[in-house]
Design a protein around this ligand. Sequence first.
Ligand code: PHE
Length: 350
Amino acid sequence: MSEINENLTPESVQQEALAEIGKAQSASELSEVYNAFLSKKGKLSQLMAMMGKLAKEEKAKFGKAVNEAKQAITEAFAKKKEESEKKELSERLSKEKIDISLPGYDFGVGHINPYYQVIDEVTDVFVSMGYEVIGGTEVESDHFNFELLNVPKDHPSRDMQDTFYLGNVEKLLRTQTSAAQAHTMLEKEVKTPIKMISPGKVYRRDDDDMTHSHQFAQIEGLVVDKKVSLSDLKGTLELFAKKMFGEKREIRLRSSYFPFTEPSVEVDVSCFNCGGKGCAICKGSGWIEILGAGMVNPKVLSDCGYDPNEWSGFAFGVGVERVAMLRYGIDDIRRFYQNDVRFLKDFKGE
Ligand code: PHE
């Protein structure tokens, strides 16, 4: 009895497979064709299995026919598969057309904290006037924070109640950016004119409430040159006030006291809310205090290596949060540090 299954010849398998491939309409129908003919249990494998049982002289002829059938089926299958994939892709693309008129998603862009917006703005104003920006360290020595700034040993700000000391009375968290004045003057090996600002954090032992914080920011300013006068200070601060708070703003200087400036002044700006008539923001006075300033005390100049007979200078210190609170109508200083996104969202900046 012949081992050859008469119904399963390379020719019949090829014919059947090509017909099935021609009929297949989808990826799933094609995969059925693959299983039926090309897989391990498919008809081509069955033909191969039959070969072992053939007589030698028939084997070569049969094998050649099986290989030819396999090649024809494989090629036709690959061609059809490619066609069907292309067809499916173009169908999918036309179905998934993107509607570019649909509104996009809101990704909730972050905003710069008004505290940093004010630092950036003040910095820009002074840089445009030719000032250099100087860094500083928050951990300071008594020498730079107090001694070189002519703050006497018995001054209340040196009190344990007011200053954060670090281990001993020589090391502390700076209470004012004025420490940068002494650093800048002393670091000049050859004494040349200075025009600098120095923004940064300062620390005081205050109990936190709506208007006080144990940590806040200041921007120090220092100009040292030959023949610097109080009118230079006034002109500079007037320009600053106008750029920060509007062209119509005016400033006034009130006499004050700081150990490192002589004379010392508090600087008020005409109220940007009511224009000077009096309102809740300026507490009816028409003026708002924005900073402390003065002419650099000759003792400070000479302790820092600048001969006061030759040099003079002015200095000022701006409270960053105070300016931001006035400018944006913020009622509580603690909001700057709480990172509440709802608060930050209100200050998108320009
Ligand atoms: N350092 C002063 C303060 O913290 C401000 C100031 C700076 C005053 C520079 C005069 C000159 O209050």
